[in-house]
Design a protein around this ligand. Structure first.
Ligand SMILES: Cc1cc2nc3c(=O)[nH]c(=O)nc-3n(C[C@H](O)[C@H](O)[C@H](O)COP(=O)(O)OP(=O)(O)OC[C@H]3O[C@@H](n4cnc5c(N)ncnc54)[C@H](O)[C@@H]3O)c2cc1C
Length: 461
């Protein structure tokens, strides 16, 4: 008989008052007992709608069944056949709009905690899974540009097929947004590093501090003997609003703020790369990036942190759990509020942000409600820093240094159904193709590209 408990088995979390001042992970992993209790909530439905909700088709009821049987290595193996990064996805996937949104238990009660169970399997196996064996070299070399989830997945699949794979990464550390964007308290960097180390064990060479388009061009990669190139360079170029005051001291892009915090360890006193400590900060935006920036700002010592979002709570794209955690930690949400100007003091530093109140309009053709300003509703919020988290675009470096590489009007690489760009042998995927999206979609793209690259090189022979 399934466990008919209506709520998900709770995870233990750090007290919000305590965790708002440290970078340790917020949520704990299920214990064996908790995982079994949650696994028993799964109805093991015949038509498995949850699998259809997962962008990479993880065989969810099958792995949950293995948890029930107490065979966690088998559960982990099932997940790994389609998802190379379960420890990451279990923590950061937007399950509420993917697998869990299709869970039959979710119709009347809370869905099965699929993400929590995925994380449980990955964490359980973290120090138990055998190191992968290096396959025999098949004589062909492929270059991967960018070491985010798309590049890592592409590299992993190709290395398993025997390709000599080199990953070129612009930063000094591999992992992409998993390392420099998503904070430690949500995704411990040791977890990401384990995945990168696994790739190295497969024989993948990772060359950091290599900005392709500056140090080497895509064409030079071919000249060096790589037979195909995968571009997984993400969408790391921050957007700004174009309002007065954005060049004042104390205005950051979320990318800069989070990169300094996560990758350059600005939160640790013994690093030489600090970030200014601010009293009151307004973070503009309503996605995961905005939540991460706001919660990091709190942990870096701000007394007051606001989320300024121009729509209402219902439209906010951030993962529900992140919003819930941010509210618990004391972030002040100002919905239906849009900045119109950032105000500076006599030293050119931020002193306040001027906003106007907004109201929702009727839904457009896509079903999303628009907003319009309420006349005469302007007011100021007293802050000494502003973080812009209103979206990002792909960096133009590679497209501007690679002749014949087609991009669309948003600067994203144009690819066909095989992830092939307009240049022979050049494939692309992840945020560089879709614009800012999700980890699992980037991974899926990397996997598809690996299969297409393998086919291309085998047919070329
Ligand atoms: C703060 C933040 C929070 C997020 N939270 C979530 C979440 O909770 N859940 C979720 O699913 N998604 C989340 N996302 C989105 C998700 O992280 C991205 O969709 C995903 O990382 C995209 O993967 P990618 O491989 O395409 O690119 P990235 O992860 O962006 O990796 C691209 C890599 O390419 C490198 N690069 C760029 N240009 C060059 C060059 N010229 N030469 C060499 N290397 C280069 C970059 O340095 C980077 O390491 C978040 C994003 C951010 C920024």
């Amino acid at each position: 008989m399934p466990n008919m408990q209506p709520e998900k088995t709770a995870v233990r979390e750090q007290d919000p008052k305590v965790r708002a001042h440290n970078f340790d992970e917020v949520s704990s992993c299920y214990t064996d007992e908790e995982a079994l209790n949650e696994a028993n909530r799964c109805l093991n439905c015949k038509n498995k709608p949850c699998v259809g909700g997962c962008p990479v088709g993880v065989r969810i009821p099958e792995f949950i069944e293995k948890i029930r049987e107490g065979d966690i290595p088998a559960a982990y193996d099932i997940i790994k056949t389609t998802n190379g990064l379960p420890a990451v996805c279990g923590r950061v996937c937007p399950q509420e709009s993917q697998c869990e949104s299709k869970c039959v238990r979710g119709i009347k009660t809370e869905p099965v905690g699929i993400g929590r169970l995925e994380r449980y399997c990955a964490d359980y196996m973290a120090d138990k899974a055998p190191a992968p064996e290096k396959p025999e070299f098949n004589g062909h070399r492929v270059a991967i540009v960018g070491s985010g989830p798309s590049g890592l997945s592409c590299a992993s699949d190709l290395a398993k097929l025997g390709y000599g794979v080199t990953v070129f990464e612009a930063f000094h550390t591999a992992g992409g947004v998993l390392m420099y964007g998503i904070p430690e308290f949500r995704l411990p960097k040791a977890t990401v590093q384990r995945e990168v180390d696994g790739l190295k064990a497969l024989g993948v060479e990772i060359r950091t501090d290599m900005v392709i388009g500056k140090i080497l061009s895509v064409d030079e990669l071919f000249e060096q003997g790589y037979e195909a190139v995968f571009i997984g360079t993400g969408a790391g170029l921050p957007n700004f609003m174009g309002i007065e005051g954005e060049s004042l001291v104390g205005v950051f892009s979320a990318n800069e703020y989070l990169t300094r915090t996560n990758l350059m360890k600005a939160y640790l006193d013994d690093y030489d790369t600090p970030i200014s400590r601010n009293r009151a900060i307004a973070v503009v935006g309503g996605g995961n990036v905005a939540m991460d920036a706001a919660r990091s700002a709190l942990r870096l010592g701000a007394d007051k942190v606001y989320i300024v979002y121009r729509r209402s709570a219902e439209e906010m794209p951030a993962r529900r759990e992140e919003v819930h955690h941010a509210v618990q930690e004391g972030i002040d949400f100002r919905y239906l509020t849009n900045p119109v100007e950032i105000l500076g003091d006599e030293n050119g530093r931020v002193r306040a942000i001027r906003c106007q109140k907004m109201e929702l309009t009727e839904p457009d053709q896509s079903g999303r409600r628009g907003v319009k300003p309420i006349a005469g509703s302007e007011f100021e919020i007293d802050v000494d820093a502003v973080i812009m988290a209103i979206g990002t675009s792909p960096n133009p470096l590679i497209r501007s240094t690679t002749p014949g590489l087609e991009t669309n009007r948003r600067g994203c690489f144009v690819v066909d159904e095989n992830m092939l760009t307009s240049r022979e042998g050049v494939y692309a995927g992840g945020d560089a193709v879709t614009g800012a999206a999700t980890v699992i979609l980037a991974m899926g793209a990397g996997k598809s590209a690996a299969a297409a690259i393998d086919e291309y090189i085998r047919n070329k022979k």
